[in-house]
Each structure stands twice: as C-alpha cells, then as structure tokens.
Design a protein around this ligand. Structure first.
Ligand SMILES: NC(=O)C1=CN([C@@H]2O[C@H](COP(=O)(O)OP(=O)(O)OC[C@H]3O[C@@H](n4cnc5c(N)ncnc54)[C@H](OP(=O)(O)O)[C@@H]3O)[C@@H](O)[C@H]2O)C=CC1
Ligand SMILES: CCCCC/C=C/C=O
Length: 354
C-alpha cells in the first residue's frame, strides 16, 4: 500500500511565512480503482502566488502547487506507467488521480533530453505566463522599450528574452548584482538593482532614453508607479503580479497611478495563466523551440528534498532564487539532464556555498 507525505496548512500565513505555518503528515493511500492511477512527485513548483493566495486557504487543507510526476501504477490505459504528468496536485509526494477529477492535469509533451523539471518553469506554467502574458497584452513591436520587474525570476527572465527575440530594448529591475550580471549575460540591455539605486527614475531615464513602451509588472508598489510615470503615450502594461505586497499584513499601498494612465493613455491589463488553457500545449511547444534554438536560456534554483519545501517558499519570497525555484522531491533523484551551462553553474555555486 502506497504512503504519501503531504503538507497541510497549519496556520494561515500572516506576514512572512514561517516553517510552522505548514505541517508535514503521512497518509496511507487506498488501492487503485478502475480508471485511477498513482503518481509519484518528482519536482514541486515553488511560486510567489502561493503566498498571494493565502487569504483563501483554510487550516487543514493540502498546500497548493503544481508538480511534475511519474505514473507509478495505473488502472487507466490513457495514463500508462512510466509516463510523466504535470498537474495542480498540491504539496504531496504521491497522489491517486481520477482523470475526470483533475482538469489541470496533462501528459508532458515530448521535450527530448531536457530535464523534466523544466515542465514547471520555462516549459510549464511560468513559461505560459511569460509567453502569452507578454505578447497578448504588451503587444511589443520592434524597437519598443520594455521594462520588466522581478526580472531575474522565472517569469521575468523569460519575458526579457522574448522581448529580445521581438527585437525590443529590454530593461530589467532586480534585487542583486549577481542577478543583474546574469541578466546582462542573457541579453538584457540595461539592468537596475532596485535595492541599491538611490534614483530609480533617473536610472530608468538613462536606460530608456526614448521612454518606455511596455511594462511587464511582477512586483507592483512604488517601483511600478515610478515605471508607469515614465511611459510613452499609448504604452501597454501587463500586470502579472505584485510580489512586493504579498507578505504585507495590510494591503499594499503605493502612490496612485491614475494620472500616468490618463495622461499617457496607457492600457493596463491583468491576466491569469489559466486563461490561456486552450493554447497551453502550443505555448509549451513555442518555448521548447526557442530553448532548442538557444534563443531562450533558463536557470533553476533547486532545493533538494521534500522536507525543504517550506524553506524553499520562504527563500523565494526573500529573493533567494534566480530563475525558476523548485523542489527536487527525492534529493537522490537523477535524470538525464542536458548539459546546460547555466544549470551547471547554479549547481556548482550551490555546491561551493554548501
Ligand atoms: N498572473 C499569473 O497568472 C501569474 C503571475 N505570477 C506572478 O509573477 C511574479 C513572478 O513570479 P515568479 O517568476 O514565479 O517568481 P520569481 O522567480 O520572480 O521569484 C520571486 C522574486 O521576486 C523578487 N522579490 C521578492 N520580494 C520583492 C519585493 N518586495 N520587491 C521586488 N521584488 C521582489 C525576488 O527577486 P529580487 O532578488 O529581484 O528581489 C524573488 O526572487 C509574481 O508576482 C507572481 O505572483 C506568476 C505566475 C502566474
Ligand atoms: C494552475 C495554477 C496556476 C496558478 C497561476 C498563478 C497565478 C498568480 O497570480
């Protein structure tokens, strides 16, 4: 009989997440019934939205999250043993699935020898967010100047590279010098460290001498107010998230943005990755093609061991990650990873730090 390790909400997050807000319990799983299959979690996605959604949690519920998992047992011919699935299954090591009960579950398309973990990042939800959240809403044109906040994260680093593919000038805003250097190495034209700059508006004017046409907003707050104040007439703002406020006990406050929206006739639009469900697999294929053509680089920050999942989420909220943050459920899990330089560098640095 299979057993599952499961994280449950012990206390609704209040301010910064604490390790004791989630508790790890063991569940015994029943034998499979016809039509069901059992999956074993390989990698768990760690995302800021997990903090943002905390007000909708209830104590005792399974912690939310997407995972890439291997089918370990099956009584469903559509989901044979050994296949890899991606699903919104929560923070669990093992899950029994009835296909009809899980709309967000799909078999991973063929990604060749690339690491399966990419199914959570550049070839997964954050990749879809980046692709459609940027192209559909910012509608970038060649020569446009694009500003991206949260630029060295999973979504931000991806959006910046799509903007380069579209021949835009790309300015990234991030929180460390190391992240800034990485962004330059993958093609960002100008990078600002929001933690050290004393004059964000001045830096933006320097980086964007022709003004800003598109803003991909991952952070909200005063940084966004400053960016929007420097936009060109007819600028487009894609509102992806507002991480600067997620940990706050009172709602995020920032200087009002309405004057800029009116005077510059900006189009400001929010979106949610799930609205692109009907184009999801096509989006993965587009991102895969760019990875294979070496036009889209990625980095992953991997936390080893399911027992470190809460630490990982706390770390992401503090900016520990570069690129996509995820948990490798079994620290010993090794697969046929590609010889990706950035991955190798991340691992080397983690090894050096240890
Ligand atoms: N609308 C949608 O459908 C989706 C929205 N999102 C949103 O996209 C954004 C990026 O997500 P994702 O790429 O997964 O996460 P990231 O990989 O970007 O990780 C979060 C990063 O945010 C930065 N950060 C943390 N606190 C602050 C702060 N106070 N001000 C500015 N930056 C901060 C940190 O980097 P640094 O060192 O630079 O501070 C940290 O590494 C989030 O807002 C998220 O909620 C994500 C997926 C789907
Ligand atoms: C299938 C879950 C998708 C979560 C998208 C996140 C949105 C963040 O605001």
């Amino acid at each position: 009989m299979a057993k599952a390790q499961v994280y449950k909400v012990a206390k609704i997050f209040d301010g910064e997440i604490r390790e004791t807000d989630l508790t790890l319990v063991e569940e015994e799983l029943p034998p499979l019934e016809d039509g069901e299959f059992l999956v074993e979690n390989l990698y768990l996605s760690v995302d800021p939205y997990m903090r943002a959604y905390a007000s909708s949690y209830s104590v005792g519920q399974v912690m939310i999250g997407i995972q890439v998992a291997k089918i370990a047992e099956s009584k469903n011919p559509g989901f044979p043993v050994g296949e890899i699935v991606v699903g919104d299954l929560g923070w669990r090591t093992h899950t029994i699935i009835k296909e009809s009960h899980n709309q967000h579950l799909y078999l991973l398309p063929d990604i060749g020898n690339l690491p399966k973990s990419l199914a959570l990042g550049v070839l997964g939800m954050t990749g879809i967010t980046s692709l459609y959240g940027f192209l559909d809403i910012c509608n970038p044109e060649e020569g446009d100047t694009v500003v991206i906040t949260g630029a060295a994260g999973a979504v931000g680093s991806h959006v910046g590279q799509i903007a380069k593919i579209k021949k835009c000038r790309v300015i990234g805003i991030t929180g460390s010098e190391e992240k800034a250097r990485w962004l330059e190495s993958i093609g960002f034209d100008y990078v600002i460290n929001y933690k050290t700059t004393k004059d964000l508006a001045g830096e933006l004017r320097k980086g964007a001498p022709k003004g800003i046409d598109c803003y991909f907003d991952n952070v909200g707050g005063d940084i966004s107010t400053t960016v929007m104040g420097l936009m060109n007439i007819g600028g487009r703002v894609s509102v992806c998230g507002s991480i600067s406020g997620y940990n706050m006990k009172v709602p995020l406050r920032a200087a009002i943005v309405q004057p800029a929206i009116v005077q510059k006739q900006l189009r400001v639009q929010g979106f949610h990755a799930t609205q692109f469900r009907d184009r999801w697999i096509n989006g993965i294929k587009q991102n895969l093609q760019w990875v294979q053509e070496n036009k889209l680089k990625y980095r992953e920050t991997i936390y080893d061991g399911f027992e470190n999942a809460t630490k990982a989420l706390i770390g992401v909220m503090k900016g520990e990650n570069t690129g996509k943050a995820l948990v490798r459920v079994k620290a010993s899990h090794v697969e046929n990873e590609s010889l990706d330089f950035n991955n190798a560098l991340t691992k080397f640095k983690k090894f050096q730090r240890a």
